[in-house]
Design a binder for this molecule. Structure first.
Ligand code: IDP
Ligand code: MG
Length: 139
């Protein structure tokens, strides 16, 4: 299997709870290499743009408010089968439905404040990585 990428964020709830370190440790232990990383706060406009695909969902306003409520860690990760393997590592969107040992089971507070983002396809991984990082910021 060729190496490919996925995009992740440590979301504001997990940053606030001092779980950046434990989450990055899980990511490295699972065999992902960090290709790019930054610590930043999204404006409402940026959060709205990132999640534009969800603009018609009832939780869109809440999601944009939440994702711009505090700093996040954004990162590009690489590994064979990166997108699917990372979705497995993070677990279900709703932490009450996430498998034991997954990042969301361990660290998420709720279906909205669910600790991490993970890309859902190779195409979206590229779009999301390009949204946050220039070529000069990727290794
Ligand atoms: P995913 O992050 O597991 O891919 P999506 O369906 O793409 O889940 O939803 C994007 C984000 O929107 C979720 O991670 C979560 O933060 C938020 N979200 C999803 N469903 C709900 C909901 O029913 N209520 C509130 N927030 C939600
Ligand atoms: Mg999604």
């Amino acid at each position: 299997m060729t190496t490919n990428i996925t995009f992740t964020m440590v979301k504001p709830d997990a940053v606030e709870a001092n779980n950046i370190g434990p989450i990055l440790a899980k990511i490295n232990q699972a065999g992902f290499k960090i290709e790019a990383m930054k610590y930043m706060r999204l404006s409402k406009e940026q959060a709205g743009q990132f999640y534009i695909i969800h603009k018609d969902r009832p939780f869109y306003g809440e999601l944009v408010e939440y994702m711009s409520s505090g700093p996040i860690v954004a990162a590009v990760l690489s590994k064979s089968n990166a997108v699917a393997d990372y979705r497995k590592l993070i677990g279900a969107t709703d932490p009450s439905k996430a498998e034991e040992g997954t990042i969301r089971k361990l660290f998420a507070k709720s279906i909205a404040a669910n600790a991490v983002h993970g890309s859902d396809s190779d195409e979206n991984a590229q779009i999301e990585a390009d949204f946050f990082f220039s070529k000069l910021e990727r290794f």
